[in-house]
Structure formats: C-alpha cells, structure tokens
Design a protein around this ligand. Structure first.
Ligand code: 1PR
Length: 549
C-alpha cells in the first residue's frame, strides 16, 4: 500500500484517522522525530483540543520548522481541525502562541450568546467558487454533503479575501457566523471538520488528498439542493451489558430495568436485542450521526485492559466512520490486581481503541457535590477536568440520569423547581429533577441544574440528558426537562429517553432548542430505522444529513 506520514503529537483519537486512511487504501507511517518530517512525502497534521497546547507541543518537539519547510517545498500537506488552524497566524484561544503563519489571519471564538458552543455536528463545506453554473470542487468536497465538526474556534470567512490570494475556500454557517470549513492552495489542504468521522463524504476527501485529485467538476445533481448550516443530529444509543450467559449484548430497559417482564422469561433474563458491533454498523448505514455505547454494568470481575468494550470499539471503528462515544465506568478505578487506575488512563484506553468521546455518569455527580461543598471551587483532579484538559472538552460528555420529584410548592425544597404541565396523581404541579447514580439505583441530593452547571465549569463539552421517568416509555422526550437544562448552560445538549416514533424527534426539535436527539428502543426493536427518522425530519422542514454511499 502507498504510505502517508502522520504526526502523532497530541492526545486524541488517532485510531479513527488511521482506520480511515487504511480504508481508502493507504498505510500510515508515523512521524516521531523532526527528521521523519523531512523524509515525508505526503504529510497529515491532525489536531484536537487547545490551539496553544498543540502548537507549543509541536514547537517543543522541534516539528514546526520542518513542517514549514515541507509546505514551502510544495509537498502535499493536510491539516485537520487544529491542524488546519495551525496554518493561521494565531488564535484567540491562546494569543501568546503563534501559528505557522501561512495564512495571515487569526482564528476566533464562536459567539455563544445565541447558540451552543462548541459547535458540534454535521455541517457543510460549500466551495465559495461554486454556483449553479460553475460547479468546481476541491478534494472531493460536495456542496450537498455534510461533514462532522467539533470546535469552539474557527476562521471567520471574509468573502473574496483569501480567494484573491489564490486559495479555494469552502464554508459552513453556524448561526449567524460563516466560517472556513476547508481550504486549499497548491499542495495545501486544510479541513476544519474531521474527515475521518464524516462518513463516506469524509473518506472521499481523504482519498482525493492522498491521490492528489485537487480539482473536480461536479455534475449538477451534486450541487442542486445544497443548503449551508448545521443539521439536526440523530444519535443511536446502545446500552451494552453482559447477559446471564456472559455474552455482551445490546439491551434496553424500561425506566432502567433491563430484565424481561413478560413471556417465558418474565422477571428473569436480561433483554437481548442484538450484538453491539453489528448493530452499530447497521445504524451507521441507516444514517446515524453518532453512535453511543453505554456499558451499563461497567467492567465487572475483569482486568480493565481486557474489558470487552475495548474490543467492541476497535472493531466498530474499523467500519463506522461517525463519532463513537463510550460511557460506563469512566472514573478513578481499582483494577482486579489492586492497581489504582486514574480516570484519565481509563479514558485513554478507550480513545486508543477508537472512541471519540467518553461519557462520565455517576462520577460527575460525586464531582459536582464536591464542587459545591468546596464553594464552587475546581479541584483540577476530577475525571471531567483531567480528561478535558488532556483531550479537549469536545471529548467529554456527561451523562445525566435524573428523575422527577414532585412537591406542592417551590418553597418545599431547596432545589430548583419547575411548574409542570403534568401534575402527578396527588395533584402536585411543581417538580424538581433529582440526579441519580449507579444506573438510577441511588438518588443524590443534587438537582439537574446544579449538576449541569458544575460539569460545564469543570470542562464538560456536552450533556447527554436522559430521563428515567421517560426511558423506554415510547411517550416522547421530557420537553420540560430539556428546556430547563438548555436554559442553564451554553454547552450542547443531547435529548434522550422516551423516543417512540419519528414524530417525537420533530417535536423535540420544534419545541426545545436541543442540539441533538437520541433514540434507543425504537431502533433496537426494529420499529423504525434511523433513516425513517431523518426522512420525517426532512418532511417537517429540518435540515438533516442523509447517509451517502
Ligand atoms: O455511571 O459513569 O458508570 O455510567 C453508566 C452509564 O450507563 C450512564 O450513562 C447511565 O445513563 C447508563 N445506564 C446505567 N444503567 C442503565 C440502565 O438502563 N439500567 N442506561 C443505563 C441508560 C439510558 C439511555 C437510553 C435512553 C433512550 N440508558 O441511554 O438509551 O433512555 O432510551 P429510549 O429511546 O428507548 O427511551 P457510569
């Protein structure tokens, strides 16, 4: 196989990129020393997390000058995410650290007054040179395709400026801001999105770069109907646990109870809805924008390094080119041989196996309690803080498992209450959302608002908002809960629990400002496919990404 040199200098899920490169027929050679850069033909600079940290690491390792020389020599160079940002003069994220300065502009933070930041999800990369008559594209980008972005900082787009300097530019729009999604000139290609996580559209871009196919003319059907903007994200979630025969299966509970309730097995065995790797692939091919695995029994009686979830991730990431999240057991842990394993090391194992994000559940509740006990002071030691610092906040999801507690009036509890449209059977019409741990088995004296605000302060990048009352009910999402959480934080929220029909997805996007919506049971039971949900959303006027072949 022909090779490409890949610079592995920061923490991140490099495995996905290697899988994507292999998938398009290339082998990876690692750049370990500045000398290796000099020997590289084609060079890819990936990057996640903090601009200043990435650039300082490159500088410290002596890589910056060889990279500059590689580019100046006209050899193929591709920068991904922070790797693209490195081409600029600098970034608002860290004003003290200079970039490579190939592009005389600065990276800026998205405005978060009217939208969630980070910008997470599938957005466009539309060539600014393309119109309905001139359909030229670069590196396989298509105006009708969508690409996976995850970032808080971007290069704002100023029409014509870079084009007049010989650059081809493709943009995306987030809220009122148009920014550079991809850029190319001569031997340089930069993508703000993650091509390795952008399904077939992303693989096409990697392939075109590696093959040196810079410009293409697109047929009319690949241009017509283009629409710039963030699509509505639909996520498939797989709750995974060992069944009574010791096999890892996808299961699904009702209000978190995963044991069969009727038929011959009533009250007995764990519901077995299928095999995790096969089901993840099926949902990817139906157009799922992300796949989430929740290991709901964590790693019981098994050395951490042998946890079967690692193998599931490794195998899934070979064929599923959308973001993968793994949750369950992300915390400081004691291994079966008594060794203490910090949460960061547990997360690292998952990232190395193909995860793009980890989801912290119970541990985030304990960390939030400590945070308030300390007078809203950060310890720097929590799983969220350590993982976020090392891998970037986009890699840390907090999974919340709240349930309703009804009261007569707000004064009856110190917690934040809402007036609900759904009073309980005692006629109580105020409630608060109590956080739970250990899969809902234990309630804690902290409300959902306190929790999400604390974890946002710790550096979480996204909230996976479950709701125990709605879980498995097929009755629709808890819109009141979602509105309450959205009103208290800036980071994106994934609505979860209760989806039973495609219309529930349209409802949650219509009636709340949620950033994404997740379904489980309705997909696992085969009642609906992810593509049916997308089709329904499209009919209702929402922008969605359809699976590309
Ligand atoms: O506490 O960090 O070890 O993480 C454990 C993780 O496992 C948490 O994310 C927690 O939500 C999850 N979990 C624990 N026990 C269960 C259970 O079901 N017994 N599953 C469980 C949570 C909830 C959703 C579900 C939606 C949508 N699953 O992810 O997929 O409610 O379902 P629906 O569309 O069918 O209604 P830690």
């Amino acid at each position: 196989m022909p090779t490409v040199h890949l610079l592995d200098y920061v923490a991140g899920n490099i495995r996905s990129l290697v899988n994507a490169i292999n998938q398009v027929g290339y082998d990876v050679e690692w750049v370990k020393t500045p000398e290796d850069v000099k020997n590289a033909g084609k060079l890819i600079l990936p990057g996640v997390g903090h601009f200043g940290h990435c650039l300082s690491q490159l500088d410290k390792g002596g890589f910056l000058e060889p990279i500059r020389q590689h580019i100046e020599a006209g050899k193929p160079f591709m920068g991904i995410c922070v790797g693209l940002q490195a081409l600029f003069q600098g970034s608002e994220e860290d004003n003290n650290v200079p970039g490579l300065g190939v592009i005389p502009m600065r990276i800026q933070k998205f405005n978060d007054t009217s939208k969630s930041v980070p910008h997470i999800g599938w957005n466009s990369a539309i060539n600014t040179g393309s119109d309905d008559t001139k359909n030229e594209s670069f590196y396989g980008l298509r105006p009708t395709s969508k690409y996976y972005y995850v970032h808080s900082y971007a290069a704002p787009y100023n029409p014509g400026v870079l084009e007049s300097d010989g650059w081809s530019v493709a943009t995306a729009t987030y809220g009122e801001e148009e920014f550079i999604g991809a850029i190319s000139r001569g031997n340089i290609f930069g993508a703000q999105f993650h091509p390795e996580k952008s399904g077939v559209a992303g693989l096409r871009a990697i392939h075109a770069f590696l093959n040196g196919d810079q410009f293409q003319s697109l047929s009319q059907d690949l241009v017509t109907g283009k629409e710039n903007g963030l699509t509505r994200r639909v996520i498939a979630c797989l709750d995974v646990r060992t069944n009574d025969s010791g096999d890892l299966v996808v299961t699904k509970g009702d209000q978190y109870d995963v044991r069969e309730k009727s038929g011959a097995d009533a009250g007995g065995s764990v519901r077995n809805l299928g095999k995790p790797v096969d089901m993840a692939k099926k949902y990817y091919e139906q157009g799922a924008d992300e796949v989430t695995f929740l290991n709901i029994t964590s790693f019981r009686n098994c050395p951490i390094a042998d946890t079967p979830m690692l193998e599931i991730l490794r195998r899934t990431s070979e064929t599923v080119f959308v973001p993968l999240t793994i949750g369950g057991g992300i915390k400081d842990t004691v291994d079966t041989d008594g060794t203490r394993v910090p949460a960061l090391d547990v997360a690292t194992m998952y990232f190395k196996s193909g995860a793009d994000k980890v989801s912290v559940g119970s541990d985030s509740v304990f960390a939030a309690e400590d945070y308030y006990r300390a007078g809203e002071k950060l310890s720097g030691q929590t799983a969220i803080e350590t993982i976020s610092k090392a891998y970037g906040k986009q890699a840390v999801v907090v999974s919340v498992d709240p349930k309703r507690v009804y009261v007569d009036k707000p004064e009856d509890t110190p917690h934040h209450t809402i007036k609900t449209q759904f009073p309980n059977s005692n006629g109580q019409s105020f409630c608060w959302y109590q956080c739970t741990v250990k899969g809902g088995r234990e309630t804690r004296d902290i409300d959902v608002r306190q929790l999400v605000q604390a974890v946002e302060a710790m550096g979480a990048g996204e909230i996976l908002l479950n709701c125990i009352d709605k879980d498995g009910s097929n009755a629709g999402f808890d819109l009141e809960l979602i509105r309450d959480v959205k009103a208290s934080i800036k980071i994106p929220v994934i609505a979860s629990s209760g989806a039973g029909v495609p219309a529930h997805f349209a409802e949650v996007f219509n009636k709340t400002t949620t950033d994404a919506a997740l379904g489980a049971g309705m997909f696992h039971r085969g009642e609906y496919t992810v593509s049916q949900v997308k089709d329904h959303l499209q009919t209702e006027g929402f922008l969605v990404r359809q699976f590309e072949t």
